[in-house]
Design a protein. Sequence first.
Lengths: 572, 86
Amino acid sequence: MRFKGVAGSPGLGIGYAALYEEPNLDWQHVVYSGIEGEKARLNEAIVTFKADVTEMANRALEKHGKEHSDILKRQISLVRDPFFLQQINDLIDGGKVAEGAVNEAAETCVEIYRSTGDERIMQRITDIMDARTRLLTLLLKVETLDPSTLPPETVLIGKDLPASIIAALNLANLAALVPESGGFTSHGAIMARSFGIPLVTGLQGVFDSVKNGDQVIVDGNQGEVITSPDHETLSSYVAKRQSYLEDQKSLNEFLNLKTLDADGQAHLLFANIGGINEAKIAKANGAEGVGLFRTEFLFLDRTTLPSEEEQFRIYSEVANIFAPNQVIIRTLDVGGDKNVPALKLPKEENPFLGYRAIRFCLNEPEVFMTQLRAILRAGAKEKNLLIMLPLVTSLDEVSSAKKILETCKGELQAKGQEYDQAIKVGIMVETPAAVSMAEELTQVTDFFSIGTNDLAQYTLAADRGNAKLGQLCSPFHPAVLKSLKRVIEAGKKANKLVGLCGEAGADPLMIPILLGLGLDEFSVSPSSVLRVRREISHWSLERAKNLTNEVLSLTTTQAIKDHLQKALKTAP
Amino acid sequence: MLTYTTTVANETGVHLRPAGEVADALLPLDCKVTVMKNGRAYDAKSIMMLTSANLKYGQEVELICDGPEEEKAMVLIKNLIESQES
């Protein structure tokens, strides 16, 4: 059977199903053995708990790093928490069996966390629930899957796979992970990507249709799970995996290299990130810097705004990861289409043409200034942070933003705080207006970064999310290519760095054009970095320029794509 | 016994991660550590108790450390309450 889900972590895993199930933790049958008896059982369970989890935490630290072992260590902190233990003991004194006491004490703790109303604290509720489950499992002596002793080629499948389970896995024997619930940014997916284990999530029915030991194919590139494949399917995937692994191996040869074209000329190859985790993944994937840090991820799905300190900490960490190389931080790019409850932005009829990004920031400078101060301070040490303004359509907007930036500098100066006095300010070029004004905009900006997704959408008046419009919203449309040419030329003439941070930068068909036009910096998703580096290595500047000139003389998207495809096929 | 009165210095309140680290560090110390807020006592060795105290910016608290290792304990708890790091 074939199941379609979300590709959470790339790669192809072929192996045998191991089902992870929440153990049956019913304790109605347990008979109260007296205060002494229950406390003895409790203590035995706690001793085993600490020993087991300490061992898992140590292994996790060694194999996956501190972040993952911390998840487990927090559980140990909980089972030795004086308040938690007191609660359990009081409940046992009152006639509860150890299981009931643990459960009720855990609920009290959950309630304490929940009543704070603080999102960061509420996120830790899973720690309590995981610890509760483990304690009950030990008390009831229920058999559970031991994540550290999986048989080789295991595909671990669960309705949900708790972070504490994933952190404790023996990766050497793990072929793939399939948590049915979750998404690309769920904790399990992030962990799987950092471990390089294929993961497919966001699907239903796999768990119920598979038995332990069934053969399973997990395609983390396409987001597919195939259970009990027939012989033909299996052999095709074995071949696919083989070529995928060979491809990965050839890509890995580019890991610690500079980004050089066939002439040996160096280009900047950066990554687009949304937070610290992705920054680490990007770095591990060979990114030389950050061309786009989408800070809106710090603001989404929470009811309070991130404080200056919180932002400062995050920006500083990313700055440190890439120092001395550049990290371009895009200031808040939100509008009515993105869920930022803390900003209470009204729903709009045309959010993409509405009150968003720089327009919002200039109108409600409080939020903007908090972010600018955080960036200025985080740049103090390494001086490698740059500020990028989104959705700019005029010089006024840049001047106003810079005026606000100067006010922020003044505030920091007055408080005696350190900051990067000479921080560079650039803009996203993603509107036709910015393209038309590119020459003038070089006078007020330090750099450009072209956002091809939005530039194509605004240039062609075509919603990029509307499937009915098909290929209309294409960066290969001659109007978009002409815009790229104009912006890159304007930047070069004024000696300003020009980058590109849209998906198009990773497209093998687009790469020769960007090289031919003289783009300075490519910024792509972390998983595309090595592929782009390899692609760039195939092109000499002369060949890229010739091809670009040919393409620019063509008049339709289709003709351009056909020409490029032909050129790539006949490449030397 | 050591006592010390101070106010929560962090604009966003006392944070869970550092509070957890401090509770863990206090636990083995031979000393009782109490945070008094509005006349209620919270055991600082318990992250649950500290969290339930819901310490917010500017609130006045009294720190009480009592036992052989009270000086060590006071430094830890004082740093937590007076930390400005978020």
